[in-house]
Design a protein around this ligand. Structure first.
Ligand code: FAD
Length: 513
């Protein structure tokens, strides 16, 4: 195989390291390695034309919209994304305040400002507050099963439904109110599917659910776009470290690869790209999303991964959560409105839906966040939708999505004349070939041990050249999976693992696990 020339190649100055993927995990790893003198031969191979991965801010609606990561979850001292964003001066004054950092939200989504029912009548705030407190009380209870040997049911969804069924049996209200309560709860289930990035909470394992760790701090956004963070990290790297449009096809490992320009030198790993270019290396840090790994498991590693690691990848959960932005000429919501909940009155978490997706997909939408106005003539709502319905939405045209959501909004507001949105913009994370979904969760049949299994470097026995393949990315962080801070910490963790191998005297700030 022919190998590619370039930066510091064949100079024999320290190990050759490749990072596959230029998301925050890959960039974080690269930044840390670049700062250490033992790693002058470093490259990041990124499949697409941009860095940032699932951090993706785009110009739109007169400002910036986030197609991927939206908030810093738990912006406080223990959150490295918060720390970096503060250092790079990317946050608002109020988000840096001590008060914000100390606020405990328990990871729960805030209450809606208004809850529209599908009959065109708003649901009373009292009822919504009562159901929110029931739902999030039960979510908190799921933590009690962490490490428990006798969980009553396998999934978070089944647990919630069992408890709700019991409580609903003694609700004193009339039939109509009881149905409405269940419909409101169904909307909270849909929110939780977005939070977990799953089609159904029945797919999310109960026992390990509490292992996900919520940091203190009131979730905050980046006024100039989340991507400002990855752009800053990228700017700190030497110019030619990142190679764009270089999708990796196969990572050959446990080999003895040579290249013409490095006389006599052999490398245990050879990274083969889709365009035929080959990069020999001593170490490769793989940061591709779990969705990509699942899809290409049979061809991405040669020899194939050990059985336990391949099994962990198959068992772990990776689902879809998408955003749909709608731009309006005039707001139809109140000036102080922040979150519009949509409640489908004919739904219940206790009943399964069997209708065809094209007739019902929009019922999975949780409602809309009101985005802060960039200027007074721009009014934007951001809808969130998870699961198979979200994947189906990706297959529709912009016109179809805009039409369906206009009908939804006319129906729930009871205003048949409500002007259609001016434009629509949405994410399509499931169709993205180098992502194939949104983020990971611990699925029924898997545990946190599978996350650790995925994070284990190869080879495992240490008899061969050590640390040939290392694994980073959000899905490899046992307690912060699905987040940007989990991804960043995982990149640092693997960089430090390499630094510790090559420079045992190095003072490292870890452990990162
Ligand atoms: C809609 C949505 C909303 C989210 N909201 C939040 C939020 O509010 N807060 C939060 O903390 N997190 C959020 N997340 C999750 C967060 O974005 C991710 O956890 C994090 O960005 C993942 O970083 P990563 O480096 O692990 O992976 P990625 O960012 O996916 O980076 C992996 C990189 O690998 C590249 N790649 C893939 N295959 C190959 C290949 N074969 N060869 C070369 N390169 C390849 C990809 O192109 C990509 O650039 C959200 C995600 C989504 C999708």
């Amino acid at each position: 195989m022919e190998s590619s020339g370039g930066r510091a190649e064949g100079s024999g100055r320290g190990p050759r390291v490749l990072v596959v993927g230029g998301g925050i995990a890959g960039l974080g790893a690269a930044q840390r390695l670049c700062r250490h003198p033992a790693f002058p031969q470093l490259r990041v191979l990124e499949a697409t034309a941009r860095a940032g991965g699932r951090i993706r801010s785009e110009r739109g609606f007169g400002g910036v919209v986030e197609l991927g990561a939206h908030w810093i979850h738990g912006p406080s001292q223990g959150n490295p994304v918060f720390q970096l964003a503060a250092k790079y001066q990317l946050l608002r004054e109020k988000d840096l305040s001590e008060e914000n950092q100390l606020t405990e939200t328990g990871g729960h989504v805030g209450l809606p400002s208004v809850s529209y029912g599908s009959s065109g009548v708003s649901v009373s705030r009292e009822l919504v507050v009562e159901m929110a407190s029931l739902f999030y009380g039960l979510i908190d209870q799921t933590r009690e099963f962490l490490h428990s040997a006798d969980a009553p049911v396998p999934s978070v969804g089944e647990y919630l439904k069992k408890e709700i069924r019991q409580r609903a049996a003694s609700w004193p209200e009339d039939e109509e109110t009881r149905k409405l309560k269940l419909a409101v709860l169904n909307s909270f289930f849909n929110v939780e599917c977005c939070v977990s990035g799953t089609h159904s909470m029945d797919l999310v394992a109960l026992v390990p659910f509490g292992e996900y760790t919520v940091l203190p701090g009131l979730d905050c956004t980046f006024p100039g776009g989340y991507q400002g963070l990855t752009n800053h990290i990228m700017a700190s790297l030497p110019e030619d470290v990142i190679v764009f449009n270089k999708p990796v096809k196969t990572v050959h490992w446990n080999g003895s690869f040579k290249e013409a320009s490095s006389l006599g030198e052999t490398f245990p790993v050879l990274v083969e790209c889709e365009d035929g270019a080959c990069f020999p290396a001593h170490h490769v840090i793989v940061t591709v999303p779990l969705g990509f790994l699942k899809e290409h498991l049979d061809t991405f590693f040669e020899p194939p991964l050990p059985t336990e690691k391949a099994e962990a990848i198959r068992k772990m959960g990776f689902g879809t959560n998408n955003k749909i932005f709608l731009e309006f000429e005039e707001p139809f919501w109140e000036p102080d409105c922040q979150y519009i909940q949509v409640v489908w009155e004919d739904t219940s978490p206790l009943e399964d839906v069997t209708s065809e997706l094209r007739h019902v997909w929009f019922k999975k939408l949780i409602g809309f966040l009101v985005l802060p106005s960039f200027d007074r003539s721009v009014h934007v709502l951001c809808g969130f939708i998870a699961g198979l319905e979200s994947e189906f939405m990706e297959s529709l045209s912009d016109e179809d999505v805009l039409l369906s959501l206009t009908q939804v909004l006319r129906r729930v507001t009871g205003n048949a004349q409500l002007p259609a949105p001016r434009s629509v913009l949405r994410s399509r994370w499931h169709s993205a070939p180098y992502t194939r979904g949104s983020y990971s969760y611990v699925a029924v049949g898997s545990t946190g041990d599978d996350i650790d299994q995925l994070a284990q470097p190869l080879p495992t026995d240490g008899a061969e050249a050590q640390l040939q393949i290392l694994f980073a990315g959000e899905a490899t962080h046992r307690t912060f999976y699905s987040t940007t801070h989990g991804a960043l910490l995982s990149g640092w963790r693997e960089a430090d693992r390499l630094i510790a191998l090559r420079d045992p005297q190095a003072q490292l700030p870890g452990p990162w696990l």
